[in-house]
Design a protein around this ligand. Structure first.
Ligand code: 5GP
Length: 204
């Protein structure tokens, strides 16, 4: 079979504390997805590792990346810049790899505009109460930051209709299974398999 097929672009969003990180770590153990590493101006948390969780940048460095058109999308979230380095995404997709972006809604909408075939998935907690409990439980944000993130969560919900899929994170295992089902359905779409169609046509 021809191997010149482009990879698919997936975007996972969801309020801070919805469990994106946990779900993604589990998903990446079995799915051959390439997770894009974002650039950010936020301060590293104790568990963060440069070049693994994020590329940590100063504001000046980030703004230079914007000016040089090095970002595929970017947004301001809770007072910090976050953005996806463009070249990595292009290289991996062109190499036929499926890429996952874990980004907030403004960035996701930019992706949908520039790549309409991108698959947007929104991960929801069961309730806002649960979200608060998770944010407080992980203890990585100040009470003020938690309030900021909760009001941002309420705003993000307004944009859900722009997404292709909504997944309620009731248990990590179920959520991972649902994400796998979405990925395999998208990969099976006829529109994403023109090479197979052309191969059959060539054999007739
Ligand atoms: P955190 O500070 O908790 O790591 O991330 C805060 C928010 O920024 C999360 O909703 C996360 O998905 C989002 N985010 C992370 N990287 C990017 C990015 O490259 N672009 C955009 N638009 N959002 C991002």
């Amino acid at each position: 079979m021809s191997n010149n097929k482009s990879g698919l672009l997936f975007v996972l969003s969801g309020p801070s504390g919805a469990g994106k990180g946990t779900v993604m770590t589990k998903l990446l153990k079995t799915e051959p997805l390439e997770l894009s590493i974002s650039a950010t101006t936020r301060q590293p948390r104790p568990e963060d590792e440069e070049g693994v969780s994020y590329f940590f940048k100063s504001r000046e460095e980030f703004e230079r990346m914007i000016e040089n058109n090095e970002l595929f999308e970017y947004a301001m979230f809770s007072g910090n810049y976050y953005g996806t380095p463009r070249q990595y995404v292009i290289d991996r997709i062109n190499a036929g790899k499926d890429v996952m972006l874990e980004i907030e809604v403004q960035g996701a909408l930019q992706v949908k505009t520039s790549v309409p075939e991108a698959v947007l998935i929104f991960l929801m907690p069961k309730t806002l109460k649960e979200l608060r409990a998770r944010l407080e439980g992980r203890g990585t944000e100040s009470p003020e930051q938690i309030e900021k993130r909760l009001s941002r969560a309420a705003e993000e919900v307004e944009y859900i209709s722009a997404y292709d899929y909504i997944v309620i994170n009731d248990s990590v295992e179920d959520t991972v299974e649902k994400l796998k089902a979405i990925i395999s359905s998208e990969k099976a779409k006829a529109i994403n398999n023109r090479n197979i169609i052309n191969k059959f046509k060539g054999e007739i």
